[in-house]
Design a protein around this ligand. Sequence first.
Ligand code: SF4
Length: 914
Amino acid sequence: MPASALPALHASHGGCWLRDAPGKRGGGTRGIGKGEAITAAADAPLLMINAPLVASRLGYPDLAGLDLLELFAFIHPARFMVPTPKGLAHALDLPEPASDDAVPALLQTAAEALLATCEDPLWGAREGAWSALQSLARLHWAWAELLAPRIRRPERAERWLFSRLPEWEDAPERPQPAQIVLGDAEIAERLAALTGSGAEARAGQQDYARAAGAMFAPRRALGQPHVLLAQAGTGTGKTLGYLAAASLWAQQTGGTVWVSTFTKALQRQLRRESRRAFPEARDGKPPVVVRKGRENYLCLLNLEDALQGGFSGRAAIMAQLVARWAAYSQDGDMIGGDLPGWLGTLFRRRGIAALTDQRGECVYAGCPHYRKCFIERAARASAQAELVIANHALVMINAARGRDAAQRPTRVVFDEGHHVFEAADSMFAAALTGAETIELRRWVIGPESKSRGRRRGLAARLADVASYDEEGARAIGQARTAAEALPGEGWLARMGEGAPYGPIEALLSATRTLVLARDESGGQDAGYGLETEVAELGGAYIEIAGHAQEALEALRQPLVQLGLRLEALMADGPDWLDGPARARIEGARGAIGWRADLLAGWIALLARLGGPGDPDFVDWLALDRSDGREWDVGLHRRYLDPMKPFAAAVLAPAHGVMMTSATLRDGNDWDSAIARSGAGYLDVKPLLFAADSPFDYASQAEVLIVTDVPKGDIPALAAAYAQLIEAAGGGALGLFTAIRRLRAVNGRIADRLARGGLALFAQHVDPIDTGTLVDIFRDDPRASLLGTDALRDGVDVPGHSLRLVVMEQVPWPKPSILHRARRLAGGGQAHDDHIIRARLAQAFGRLIRTRTDRGHFVVLSAAFPSRLLSAFPAGTPVHRVTLEAALQRVSGGVSARETELHRESRTEKGGHQT
Ligand code: SF4
């Protein structure tokens, strides 16, 4: 059946449109109500795009249909597409739909075009399609029947995924890098080569690149790395600036430079830009490798389990589509790599996570797919690479507990350096909670439910060790018995019933009782998380904590013992310990070591209860909830200054470290940036560099502080957002500090805006991952996006698509126990002001990304203190105005911009004609 014979449905905030099958009601497209749309979808399979989003627009979660996104994922695995009607049209080279009512016809044309691809002899993703389709048909995938007549059976049987993937190869260890000093002239020359002869020379960028060269000089003393703090305003061109120095050093010395980012957006940009700086493969090895945490990559063993019955229903369909992708993926990265971010949300989010190696259960060389494993491939490739692109957390993990010297970063550029503190804060935190402890139990014992997966406990993973080494076997047995004391399945329900089982659940239950009794934050009624400080806990609680401490120690001891046995075994080298077995034991030793450390951290946390506080730490008890639903409870510990362990684990072993950002300093003040670099703990004096942005903020941007939207008045806040977005004609990024207010505003304005042709998307509301939301926003200049923290500096949308940023209020820090302690240590108000200015500067940084960008930055707050204005780049005009005046300025700015665009487009056309 041709796809044009199928009815198609589209739903937006502006309404619903159904295109009937030809012959039925004339076959045209008509606007219908939500009720009729739901009935139509129940009657027959309808073509639609992004079924979960359509379901959410209709308010009917059980909606099913022929989702074009699923078909696209099958036909074009690992290909990028913005999951909107417009994105689909672009991906298939079809005309964009002019309006919502044109979408159903597009869906029919697009479905036919996709199905026809299967009959094209040049279809690049043919291999594996027939076999995958047979499995998908058995799973009753909605598209299977339509695809079956279009995909012919191959003459020779297709190889299955696991034999098609290439094997990685071991490479010899690399020698130490040569010791050199980079000259200014050669850095300038390299930079010129990278920027291209036609590019204008940017003085700031040249100075910046030369400054970056200093971090690569030979180290003068052990534990004394070169530390460079480089502030570079937006538009300086810092990426190519540091890549110029880094590529020269790596190529001349044979060493590896790590560039670390906080956001995926920058990681993608670096992947693109580094191609110019590192064009050549060295001995056939890729010079640039993107490296992420294990939990980002597809685990082939988990996928095999899922394909062979571990997943059922819709999750099994997803596993088949993931298998299609895996065969064509560049690197197996499921989170932010070439797996479309939207694929997981079409099914269920946990499904994607269950295919990665979340729990550290990898069996290394014991795994049949070890030689093809994406994670192992990335780890090996990074040891041979000239440039490794990673994130802050992974750099810290590798520095603190890298498997071998080749994996440890010694020259690191922390881009988005203002986030290093935050990343270190999470990295060096301890959380003795239900969720953490049950993970540990599963890792030691294996899962309790009748899961059919491969997940197994420590005893099964180390069966060969146990049969060879008596002491090792005893330690495994003791660990298994001790792990019974950890929370098991159903622990959360037992908390609610006040019926804990075992010493750790008893501790969690007592913690919950205490938090509920003491919290005065007002979060109880709002359904938020609750917390209380570790003080005056009472004798009964301390006693319970004492039992928990003993139970944890009883688990830690055998794990430490087992680690020592494995070490001895490696030294002994029995006959059966061949290369793969050695790799597996080595992997197990690392995993056991960090779990023993984890337990030691928890034990230290419990040991301090009831005694004097340790000034290095902040401890508290918390009950985690969202929308009133409890999901975790436990004790937390953070370093008062996480840069202290960062300095010991990351800086001290390094030779050169650069932290760079557009918002490293607070105004012109370096003090906080220096304190937040950790250099002070090593007695290292950092080198300082600053370059101002080349942008003309005085003419490109305006800050508007709106003084007449009353605080706490949601209808007024929503009306202000709607009017501002209308005045700008879309292209607005709305930033919120509370999800509750974001949802309330979105609910009030989305339909109204849609009726005016302005699409609105919202994080925490729409069933779409954040990266895809940004892709959708970037792709449509009339769309607007509402979001919270992650969007404040994870959005890089240059050009006309982002011309207005609206903050609902001054982004005050949340008054948590941790914040109170750091505020006290950091100078009270000055500490808060620094945080707020940094947040404002980051949010403002979204607005102007190129020399031609123009836009308004609006804060809806009458009480905006003047001392925070230094957050904005020098010269940016700031006006305190009423909403009415702000609307005039925003719409005026847009019309000026439109005139300009019109003029530009005429000039361009003229240019083509001549
Ligand atoms: S080696 Fe480990 S991570 Fe890789 S596929 Fe096997 S079990 Fe999964």
